[in-house]
Design a protein around this ligand. Structure first.
Ligand SMILES: Cc1cc2nc3c(=O)[nH]c(=O)nc-3n(C[C@H](O)[C@H](O)[C@H](O)COP(=O)(O)OP(=O)(O)OC[C@H]3O[C@@H](n4cnc5c(N)ncnc54)[C@H](O)[C@@H]3O)c2cc1C
Length: 174
C-alpha cells in the first residue's frame, strides 16, 4: 500500500520473494509520486499488479493472522477481495518525538522538529537555544541519506560556532 519510492522499492524486493504482489495506490498513477526508474522496474515485473484509485476497505483474519484483504475502487466503488497473508504499509513516516513534549522544542503539525527561522536562530537550531535537529526528524528536511549526512556535517561547524560564541553546552537530536 502506497505510491512513493519506499513502496516502489519494497514492491521490487517483494516481487522476488512472493508469487504475487499487489500494489494498492490511492492516486490515479504511479508517475506523479514515484521515480521513473521504479515505475519502469515495476512495469517489467510479471507478478506485480498495480491497482490505482483504490483504498483498503477491510481486513479479514483470525487470531491475529491476516487471511484476506478487501479494497474498493474510488470511482466504480467496486469492492475486491483477495486471499492475502501479508500487508505492508508505505504511507508516510511518523516521527518519534513525543518524548520532546514539555521540553520547549517546537514541533510542526505532524510532529517534526522545527529549526531555523527569522528570529536570529542558527540554521538547524530548534526553538530551544543550543539544541539542534538534523535528518529526517527535522521539519521540511529532504528525507534522503545524503541530506541527513550533510546536515550532520553542517551541524558540527554550527556547534563549534555556538560553543565559541555562547560558551554553553549544546545538544543535538536526530
Ligand atoms: C523504506 C525506505 C527506503 C528509503 N530509501 C532511500 C533511498 O533509496 N535513498 C535515500 O537517500 N534515502 C532513502 N530513505 C530515507 C533514508 O533512510 C533517511 O533519509 C535517512 O535514514 C535519514 O537518516 P536519519 O539519521 O535522519 O534518520 P534514521 O535513519 O531514521 O535514524 C534515526 C535513528 O534514531 C533512532 N531513534 C528514534 N527515536 C529515538 C530515541 N528516542 N532515542 C534514541 N534513538 C532514537 C532510530 O531508531 C534510528 O536508529 C528511505 C527510507 C525508507 C523508510
Amino acid at each position: 500500500m502506497g505510491g512513493g519510492n519506499s513502496a516502489g522499492q519494497a514492491v521490487v524486493y517483494l516481487a522476488g520473494q512472493a508469487t504475487k504482489v499487489w500494489l494498492l495506490v490511492r492516486g490515479s498513477e504511479l508517475e506523479s509520486s514515484m521515480s521513473r526508474y521504479l515505475v519502469d522496474r515495476i512495469a517489467g515485473l510479471p507478478n506485480v499488479e498495480v491497482v490505482t484509485q483504490t483504498h483498503i476497505s477491510g481486513l479479514e483474519g483470525e487470531d491475529g493472522m491476516l487471511d484476506a484483504v478487501r479494497w474498493r475502487h474510488g470511482k466504480s466503488k467496486e469492492e475486491v477481495r483477495r486471499p492475502i497473508r501479508h500487508l505492508f504499509l508505505f504511507i508516510g513516516a511518523e516521527p518519534n518525538t513525543t518524548w520532546l513534549s514539555g521540553s520547549g522544542v517546537a514541533l510542526d503539525a505532524k510532529g517534526f522538529v522545527l529549526t531555523g527561522g527569522d528570529d536570529g536562530r542558527r540554521p538547524l537550531e530548534t526553538s530551544r537555544r543550543g539544541i539542534f535537529a538534523i535528518g529526517d526528524v527535522r521539519s521540511n528536511s529532504v528525507k534522503r541519506v545524503a541530506a541527513a549526512v550533510g546536515e550532520g556535517a553542517q551541524v558540527v561547524a554550527i556547534l563549534h560556532a555556538f560553543l565559541a560564541g555562547a560558551n554553553q553546552t549544546p545538544a543535538a537530536t536526530a
